[in-house]
Write a protein that binds this ligand. Structure first.
Ligand SMILES: [Zn+2]
Length: 344
């Protein structure tokens, strides 16, 4: 039986014996299929043929439009496909990252492989709880793969965020929360709307929240941003979509700004985003969760991807795992400009 060949091409993982890409960054229009783990913009594309959950299909359709051949798989239901070398099976497991997010558990060439996409073990408010599974080979994201990235308990952070909003509104001012449009924003609507606090959201957040409701994840009351209807309320908006009157450095004017991102674990976060407060809420596993996840999967081999991939592979080797980073070249960015648009 041939070993499973794992290649790193065009910034993505490719399994040539299966004719399968895992979250291909480049558009794939050839004979190969693409596993799409979730609907964040760096994981979706206008590919010819995709494997994904029904939730990801709906969210991706809303974001990209267009048509493609879709294999919609429910969680935990194995489906067989024909690869280049013969049949293989894919089972999608909840990743706990955003609604519809999936890890792929693949049986091929006599081996099992678990690919995480993005994931977190902590239970969220709007995502299906993560369900790890043992596998021979693990390909895991390592966004927060350095020991300094330890998230405080989410309940504590949300409590502080609620206080920030309540104090702001009590002064008759607006609380502007910068957050990624898909996943993080819906978590904020769920947490703050159930206090309850009056919430206004940017159009992109509103449209994706509608899909959440259609998928059975209804959210507390919130209003679409129109004109100045946000004044004196909580406004949730992606930083790149800010209306001109709310773009930095236009501060004052009764607006207090905050950002909700895992990068708030970096001391420079407030300065980088030009905000008064930064709340460490993340849809990704922190360092301790990454370690716990590897322990749960108990793999013979680990391949690390994204973020601090080289550091985390070294940490795993120090613990006796066979681990290596995929596609790492030189130093990794910490809180760089590249993350400004991706506040997962
Ligand atoms: Zn993601």
């Amino acid at each position: 039986m041939a070993a499973l060949d794992i290649q790193f091409l065009q910034g993505s993982v490719f399994l040539p014996q299966l004719g399968l890409w895992l979250d291909a960054h480049r558009r794939q229009t050839g004979a190969e299929r693409v596993l799409v783990s979730h609907a964040h913009s760096d994981h979706i594309g206008r590919h010819r043929e995709v494997i994904l959950t029904p939730g990801t299909a709906r969210l991706m359709g809303k974001r990209l439009g267009g048509q493609r051949q879709e294999h919609c798989q429910e969680y935990l239901q194995p489906v067989e496909y024909q690869g280049t070398n013969g049949p293989f099976r894919v089972t999608l497991l909840p990743a706990g990252h955003i609604l519809g997010s999936a890890m792929a558990w693949i049986e091929a060439e006599g081996q099992t492989l678990l690919y995480t996409g993005d994931f977190k073990l902590r239970p969220g408010l709007t995502a299906e709880p993560c369900q790890p599974r043992r596998a021979d080979i693990l390909i895991t994201e390592t966004t927060f793969g350095r020991p300094k990235y330890r998230l405080p308990p989410a309940a504590q952070v949300l409590g502080e965020l609620v206080r920030f909003c309540q104090e702001t509104l009590a002064r008759g001012e607006t609380a502007l929360l910068l957050a990624y449009s898909l996943g993080k924003s819906q978590e904020l609507i769920q947490a703050l709307g159930s206090v309850p606090l009056p919430i206004v959201v940017h159009e992109t957040v509103f449209r994706l929240a509608q899909v959440y409701a259609e998928l059975g994840q209804a959210l507390p009351a919130h209003t679409r941003l129109e004109g100045d209807n946000y004044l004196g309320k909580v406004l949730i908006c992606p930083p790149q979509a800010l209306p001109p009157q709310l773009k930095p450095p236009a501060t004052g004017q009764g607006v207090r700004r905050a950002v909700a991102t895992g990068w708030a674990m970096d001391a420079s976060c407030r300065y980088r985003f030009g905000v008064e407060a930064a709340f460490p809420l993340s849809d990704h596993a922190d360092f301790q969760e990454l370690l716990e996840f590897v322990r749960l999967v108990s793999p013979k081999e680990v391949l690390t991807l994204h973020g601090f991939a080289a550091d985390f592979a070294q940490t795993l080797r120090n613990q006796g795992y066979a681990a290596r980073a995929l596609g790492v070249s030189g130093e990794q960015l910490e809180l760089g400009p590249a993350i400004l648009g991706s506040l997962e």
